[in-house]
Design a protein around this ligand. Structure first.
Ligand SMILES: [Fe+2]
Ligand SMILES: [Fe+2]
Length: 318
């Protein structure tokens, strides 16, 4: 294809994005658009799968049958989210095996929030309330993103995320209205999860390398800082209802802007965890790689079964 033809296709493509048209797998797309989407969607898929680990850790220790059923359902939902997203990503021309390989070798990233430990039952409440709450804010915008398979996967994911957020908040509500110890446990979980949750929106706008291009492709509709502010404005009143205090001495409602002002995020910690030095990075990767290796016989058996069935159908057809 000549340079001129490519320019032409690019112009048509940009106009489609401008008109809010969906881009589908077989449509022409710039290589950079394809690569950016592979990176973001696979990273998102990995986050869903690795995100099962900190919570899965509490399934056997949930305090009641009702809590256990809800937590099991939530963790299963996350597996489903991973599957929708891996499938959406495969439509861009990368295989599932390649994506797993990138995760297991440490080449691909996943959300840093899952590199923090879940120490008490209240952490399950705080994760649902804060982590799933932050995820919803990040993800609602993606329901209208330009790449069709990603946008459609996100519609379903967002519906399930709102159940996750509520079940977490309900755990926090129960604990904060319980005994002194339970309330202290809820406060401690909020103390530990608050700042990492704010980091989920990524670096400050001026330090974010992908924002401008992602905004152009409508892969992002609001900047990291705008989304973070929205999360804080929405979450602080919820903490008030719980009677818990947000661990930020600089947090204060600003009547002039109509938003909460807040303290500085520890960016040193943020980059440390991103670079693989968080409290649980190593443990999470060992769990994933271990599951992949221990599950090899299941994949082999499924392939052998499929092969046998294929031969049977072929014999019948012959
Ligand atoms: Fe999810
Ligand atoms: Fe979730």
């Amino acid at each position: 294809m000549s340079e001129r033809e490519v320019k032409n296709l690019e112009a048509i493509f940009d106009a489609r994005i401008e008109r809010d048209e969906r881009i589908e797998p077989k449509d022409w797309m710039p290589e950079k658009y394809r690569q950016t989407h592979i990176r973001q969607i696979s990273q998102h898929a990995h986050s869903e799968i690795v995100g099962m680990l900190p919570e899965g850790n509490w399934i056997t220790r949930a305090p009641s049958l009702r809590r256990k059923a809800a937590l099991l359902a939530k963790v299963q939902d996350e597996a489903g989210h991973g599957l929708y997203l891996y499938s959406a990503c495969e439509t861009l021309g990368i295989t599932r095996e390649e994506m797993y390989e990138q995760l297991h070798s440490g080449k691909a990233k996943y959300s840093s929030i899952f590199n923090y430990p879940t120490i008490t039952w209240a952490d399950i409440g705080a994760i649902g309330w804060l982590v799933d709450g932050a995820a919803i804010i990040n993800q609602v915008a993606l329901c209208n993103t330009s790449y069709g398979p990603y946008a459609r996967a996100m519609v379903r994911i967002c519906k399930e995320e709102s159940f996750h957020q509520r079940q977490g908040y309900e755990i926090m509500l129960t604990l904060s209205r319980g005994t002194e110890e339970q309330k202290a446990m809820a406060q401690d979980a909020l103390n530990r999860w608050w700042w990492p949750s704010l980091m989920m929106f990524g670096p400050r706008d001026e330090a974010s390398t992908h924002t401008a291009q992602s905004m152009k492709w409508k892969l992002k509709r609001k900047t990291n800082d705008e989304l973070r502010q929205q999360f804080i404005d929405q979450t602080v009143p919820q903490a008030d209802i719980l009677g818990l205090s947000v661990p930020d001495p600089d947090l204060k409602f600003n009547p002039e802007t109509g938003h909460y002002d807040f303290g500085e995020i520890d960016w040193k910690e943020f980059w440390q965890v991103v670079k693989g030095h968080g409290p649980c990075n190593k443990e999470r990767m060992e769990a994933r790689v271990g599951a992949w290796e221990r599950g090899a016989w299941v994949r082999d058996a499924a392939m052998a079964h499929a092969e046998k069935n294929k031969n049977k159908t072929m014999a019948k057809a012959g």
